[in-house]
Design a binder for this molecule. Structure first.
Ligand SMILES: Cc1cc2nc3c(=O)[nH]c(=O)nc-3n(C[C@H](O)[C@H](O)[C@H](O)COP(=O)(O)O)c2cc1C
Length: 189
């Protein structure tokens, strides 16, 4: 296959579009992130790359707590809103119409409309060049009942998560058709 080079680019696709919640200046605030990952299994630790100047980052540094809210495709508009407006200028909870609730952590606001909510305690913040890599230990998980399978475990297909294709495509998508069975189809080779 013929290739062209395009210099150093972090073109990893797709990415999830997630909402990070933090308590900033005594109020819940949410920002959209896509640069995230699972960093450790036991205990579960997730990573989020956040620019240091973000208003949300202030709350994360102050309280060492934050939330990760996994939206469904039905929330694309609210997700985009939280990524193009700053909590420094607007009340995004009001603007997006989020119903906020709390679990064990007083400074990790959670969004009722999102099917999955993770409560996280900051484990480490690594200051890189343009972004801070925030590592958060997940201390509790909340799942909407309608996303549970009959066996009671979470069914991620029912979550219907919002998929994001980064620059230069810049689009939100929903999941497509199942391509193959994981940890199985490879055994055919
Ligand atoms: C789809 C999407 C993905 C984004 N991903 C990130 C990200 O991973 N890290 C980041 O620092 N900003 C990201 N942003 C930008 C922030 O969400 C945006 O600057 C937001 O206004 C910050 O909110 P705040 O000022 O209330 O903290 C993203 C925006 C969008 C629309």
């Amino acid at each position: 296959m013929a290739k062209v080079t395009s210099g150093p680019e972090a073109w990893i696709a797709p990415m999830p579009a997630l909402l990070i919640g933090a308590m900033v200046e005594g109020k819940p605030n949410f920002m959209t992130v896509a640069w995230t990952g699972v960093a450790n299994g036991e205990p579960p630790i997730i990573s989020v790359a956040i620019r240091p100047a973000r208003y949300t980052m202030r709350g994360i540094r102050e309280h060492s707590e934050f939330s990760v809210n996994v939206p469904s495709v039905l929330q694309a508009r609210e997700v985009d809103y939280c990524g193009v407006r700053s909590g420094a200028d607007v009340d995004k909870v009001k603007g997006a119409g989020f119903n906020v609730f709390y679990g064990n952590l007083a400074n990790a606001p959670l969004i009722e409309q999102c099917p999955i909510n993770l409560e996280c305690v900051v484990q480490q913040i690594i200051d890189l060049e343009s972004h801070c890599l925030v590592l958060g230990k997940v201390v509790e998980t909340h799942v909407s009942e309608e996303c549970l399978s009959t066996g009671g475990t979470v069914d991620l297909v029912r979550v219907n998560p919002l998929v994001f294709l980064d620059n230069p495509t810049r689009k939100y998508l929903s999941l497509g058709m199942i391509a193959a069975e994981a940890f199985s189809v490879g055994l055919e080779l």
